[in-house]
Design a protein around this ligand. Structure first.
Ligand code: FES
Ligand SMILES: [Fe+2]
Length: 385
């Protein structure tokens, strides 16, 4: 099965390339305070990150009943657990007695119950309050059902786990994912195996990171000593799909597709496909694995980046494991950190310096413009107070 959305963008890019069409001249200005204004930042957090589906992981991260991971990057302590019935659920990681955190681990951890360290109130994997020490003496008549862990709306699409951080909110993934669900299905997202992820705090506004991953202009320049030589300069295209953006960047093998019928196009070898998944995720479809970057805004000039990697099957031996460790290390420590993350942190310093009242976007940065247009649609245009 081919990925319908990406195939369409690929075909449009191929058409442009065949006809030698140049990108029409274009210039847009963006107020630098878009990235430095604390009041606007608070509006973004409220509008985009407080009540809607946010990607927190993949079903492959929770292999066994009782497997649990925590997620604190939305400003709330969240835990996601595969309960005793195999269902995946999300709760606030908060004891209902006096609010203490229940699970403290950066890794996936297997639990049979959640025992609060403070006074040992104990909850089942389904969130139900199971035991209160000295119950009869201290809390006689307490209604345990009213003191279950606070559940969060959760839904799964093609193996990807989305949580709404608002306990009173809802999730409609059919609507949210729309057509991109078929693209994830085509790449076998649900059947992938979780390999590993890293969490990094960067001194940059979250939108500069999305900008960088929507930008086809920098690939052969910033990355000239690393991945840049694999790509044709500024042959790239981004298109909207619902609230998301599908980007195709031509690899050196792109021209091979000119003489082939669509069913023989190889999107993963002739191009690099990446998806901006609203509001804060970049999924990257590599030739033989899928990675994602999730950008969680913590301050106007600080972002937590989760970089995760999914492969098609469990490594069968040490050699295979070492191969994937190396692949992850090269992209994380050889490309993203020294190149993309570096320029985002530097741009944040530049934005705050007063050197520029505006930044400029040109004809080869329409992917960045498309991201900004999408935000403007959701929040209205940026207006300095
Ligand atoms: S705060 Fe959790 S048992 Fe008291
Ligand atoms: Fe880059």
């Amino acid at each position: 099965m081919s990925a319908p959305g990406f195939t369409e963008v690929f075909s449009h890019l191929l058409e442009e390339y065949r006809e030698g069409r140049a990108a029409p001249p274009f210039q847009a200005k963006v107020d630098t305070r878009f990235y430095t204004d604390p009041a606007w930042f608070e509006k973004e957090k409220a509008a985009l990150f407080s009540d809607g589906p946010i990607l927190v992981g993949h079903v492959a991260m929770l292999k066994s009943n009782g497997d649990t991971f925590t997620h604190d990057h939305l400003g709330k302590p969240i835990m996601v657990v595969r309960a005793g019935d195999g269902e995946i659920r999300a709760f606030l990681n908060v004891c209902r007695h006096r609010g203490v955190r229940l699970v403290n681990s950066d890794e996936v951890i297997n639990k049979t119950s959640f025992v609060c360290p403070y006074h040992n109130w104990t909850y089942g994997l389904d969130g139900a309050l199971k035991h209160i020490p000295l119950h009869e003496e201290s809390f006689a008549g307490l209604d345990a059902q009213c003191h279950s862990l606070k559940a969060l709306p959760l839904a799964i699409c093609e193996g990807l786990i989305f949580v709404n951080p608002d306990p009173l909110g809802s999730i409609d993934l059919e609507k949210h994912m729309g057509m991109v669900k078929a693209d994830f299905a085509a790449f076998g997202m649900a059947d992938h195996v979780f390999f590993r992820q890293t969490v990094t705090t960067l001194k940059t506004n979250w939108k500069l990171l999305v900008d960088a991953f929507q930008d086809g202009y920098h690939v052969t320049r910033l990355h000239r000593k690393t991945v840049g030589p694999h790509f044709i300069d500024v042959v790239s295209r981004s298109e909207r799909s619902g609230d998301h953006l599908l980007s195709v960047v031509a690899r050196n093998e792109f021209a091979d597709a000119l003489d082939l019928p669509p069913e023989q196009w190889d999107l993963r070898r002739q191009a690099s496909c990446a998806m901006y998944l609203f509001p804060n995720v970049e999924m990257i479809i590599h030739p033989d694995y899928i990675s994602y970057l999730a950008f969680f805004p913590t301050k106007v000039d600080e972002t937590v980046v989760v970089h995760g990697c999914f492969i098609e099957e469990e490594p069968q031996n040490e050699k295979a494991r070492a191969h994937w460790e190396r692949a992850f290390d090269i992209i994380e420590n050889g490309v993203f950190r020294p190149e993309d993350y570096f320029v985002c942190e530097q741009a944040q310093i530049g934005m705050s310096s007063g050197a520029n009242s505006h930044l400029l976007l040109g004809a080869h940065e329409t992917g960045v413009k498309a991201f900004h247009d999408l935000l403007a649609e959701k929040m209205g245009p940026y207006l300095a107070e």
